[in-house]
Design a protein around this ligand. Structure first.
Ligand SMILES: *[C@@H]1O[C@H](CO)[C@@H](O)[C@H](O)[C@H]1NC(C)=O
Ligand SMILES: *[C@@H]1O[C@H](CO)[C@@H](O)[C@H](O)[C@H]1NC(C)=O
Ligand SMILES: *[C@@H]1O[C@H](CO)[C@@H](O)[C@H](O)[C@H]1NC(C)=O
Ligand SMILES: *[C@@H]1O[C@H](CO)[C@@H](O)[C@H](O)[C@H]1NC(C)=O
Ligand SMILES: *[C@@H]1O[C@H](CO)[C@@H](O)[C@H](O)[C@H]1NC(C)=O
Ligand SMILES: *[C@@H]1O[C@H](CO)[C@@H](O)[C@H](O)[C@H]1NC(C)=O
Ligand SMILES: *[C@@H]1O[C@H](CO)[C@@H](O)[C@H](O)[C@H]1NC(C)=O
Ligand SMILES: *[C@@H]1O[C@H](CO)[C@@H](O)[C@H](O)[C@H]1NC(C)=O
Length: 436
């Protein structure tokens, strides 16, 4: 075979491989005719209404909307056109870090100020004496909700949910929803409380809440397993943002005058390197003179907690949200609230790509019980540490026994549940050791 014949045979083979790949790759399909139109593709329709009357003024923003996508390196997102054009409207945080791998511990950390040793995506629950951002918000009367795309019903407790395939009609049903990306349902203090659990809502509820003018002040949004790039690509997620986020940016019911939107990723894709993720502060609360700029201050997902605490003078969780090295407040918020960030030199940024090595109550291989938070800590909001009912303040981190390898005893941490018993099912919420 001559070189040129060989080359064209090779190119032909390569292009048919590409065609085959293209035939199976998922292509974005809108789940509805618009982000504010309820759809049967989301299983249930909204039948509960939030009724929050007061708006608690923050120093820099009155509403914060977190939107979390999945598993993408900083450079990949930063070089994708939709993200590039969004970056022109906001502040690109170029040194924002996830706190570990894989997904679930990052989501837990963003709500609880710690990932409690978790190093996998198993089905966990966290006892009701452990506080989360919800306690801090409610303490100051700030309304909140989490919107989970393709969660089948409000407050759904199950491990995952498989629904009619709307991307490829006629294909097998698809698991669009996974509990591992739903941080607040993991906290018993939220999921076991009938009033609070109503605030873990579906995307049909989101449409309802916007149309009704009852969108809360603190919001966490988890797109489904295809739209968040988890099962797909950054281009797929970009199409989702074009469909969902872009129209909402011009809707004053969502992006009001004082709204901050924080678009980020749970973790970086390449775990052998530092865990830097694309993070963008957009929304009308971002000062005009800072739009289209970058900020290289060292942040982590704990900064999401400290920034909210600084904005509304909240109490703290007394966990990593009060560890100054890992919880810098977004600069433009720090400046207006008088919080002093610490400068972390590039070569001193902790490695956030470790996984499963931290001992904790959610680590079966290095189990230690839940400790009380550090009650002497002072966070960016300046207040005291929030103490939940049932907290044993004497169980300090220092007082706990050394880690135990439960897996060597063929056991798992008592806070792990069996996904098999809850997959696709909205099981009745359980308490403590009665959980399946
Ligand atoms: C579900 O999604 C598909 C794919 O985009 C769309 O054609 C269909 O109209 C949607 N169904 C509803 C009820 O919105
Ligand atoms: C609301 O919807 C959920 C699930 O879709 C259902 O279980 C519940 O019975 C409904 N409640 C009312 C009052 O219709
Ligand atoms: C809320 O919005 C839904 C439509 O999404 C509507 O059916 C319902 O009546 C509204 N409720 C109130 C209190 O406005
Ligand atoms: C994260 O992304 C940045 C930019 O692409 C890269 O420098 C860094 O090594 C990545 N880290 C991981 C863990 O992929
Ligand atoms: C974390 O990233 C650093 C820097 O790239 C690398 O040297 C190290 O091996 C990584 N650790 C893991 C567990 O992959
Ligand atoms: C604060 O964070 C750094 C970096 O992760 C860590 O080394 C240190 O142990 C943390 N301090 C506390 C009190 O947890
Ligand atoms: C929290 O509650 C659990 C379950 O009741 C208990 O095992 C644990 O000791 C408590 N921990 C703290 C720090 O209060
Ligand atoms: C753990 O289970 C395995 C098989 O599942 C068994 O071989 C082993 O002896 C068990 N170890 C203990 C400590 O019970």
């Amino acid at each position: 075979m001559s070189t040129s014949t060989f080359l064209s045979a090779f190119l032909l083979a390569a292009s048919s491989v590409r065609l085959a790949a293209a035939a199976t790759a998922l292509v974005f399909e809108p789940p509805s005719t618009g982000p504010l139109v309820q759809t049967a593709n989301y299983t249930s329709f909204s039948n509960t209404t939030l009724n929050d009357k007061t708006v608690v003024k923050g120093k820099v923003f009155n509403r914060i909307i977190h939107v979390w996508l999945e598993n993408t390196d900083f450079a990949t997102a930063a070089s994708t056109p939709t993200f590039e054009s969004l970056a022109e409207k906001g502040i690109l945080l170029t040194s924002h870090h996830s706190v570990t791998h894989p997904s679930e511990p990052n989501y837990i950390a963003s709500a609880g100020g710690d990932f409690f040793g978790a190093g996998d995506d198993n089905m966990y629950h966290i006892p009701s004496n452990i506080s989360s951002v919800v306690d801090l918000l409610e303490d100051k009367g700030i309304s909140w909700a989490s919107y989970q795309e393709n969660m089948p019903t409000g407050g759904f407790y199950g491990f995952d949910y498989t629904a009619t395939n709307y991307i490829q009609p006629g294909a097998a049903p698809y698991t669009y929803y996974m509990r591992k990306h739903n941080p607040l349902v993991i906290f018993d203090a939220v999921s076991q409380d009938p009033d609070r659990v109503k605030r873990i809502r579906t995307f049909n509820d989101f449409a309802n809440d916007v149309v009704n003018g009852t969108l809360p002040q603190w919001i966490f949004v988890t797109p489904n397993m295809v739209n968040d790039a988890h099962d797909t690509t950054i281009d797929f997620a970009a199409s989702f943002l074009e469909y969902w986020l872009l129209p909402l940016l011009t809707d004053p019911r969502v992006n009001g005058e004082d709204t901050l939107i924080l678009l980020t990723f749970d973790e970086n894709h390449t775990s052998t390197e530092q865990n830097t993720v694309f993070a963008l502060a957009i929304g009308n609360a971002v000062p005009h003179n800072l739009r289209g700029t970058t900020d290289d201050t060292v942040y982590t997902h704990y900064s999401l907690l400290s920034t909210v605490q600084a904005n509304w003078n909240l109490k703290s969780l007394g966990r990593q949200d009060t560890n100054a090295t890992v919880s810098n407040v977004f600069s433009f918020v720090a400046e207006k609230t008088g919080y002093k960030n610490v400068h972390v030199p590039v070569n001193e940024v902790p490695m956030f790509n470790l996984s499963g090595v931290a001992p904790g109550p959610l680590n079966s291989a290095a189990f230690v019980p839940f400790a009380a938070p550090n009650l002497k800590a002072r966070g960016a909001g300046g207040g005291s540490v929030f103490i939940r009912p049932g907290l044993n303040e004497k169980l300090t981190a220092a007082s706990l026994p050394p880690p135990v390898d439960l897996t060597a005893l063929n056991k798992t941490t008592p806070w792990q549940m069996s996904p098999e018993t809850t997959s696709g099912k909205d099981i009745i919420p359980c308490a403590g050791s009665s959980c399946p």
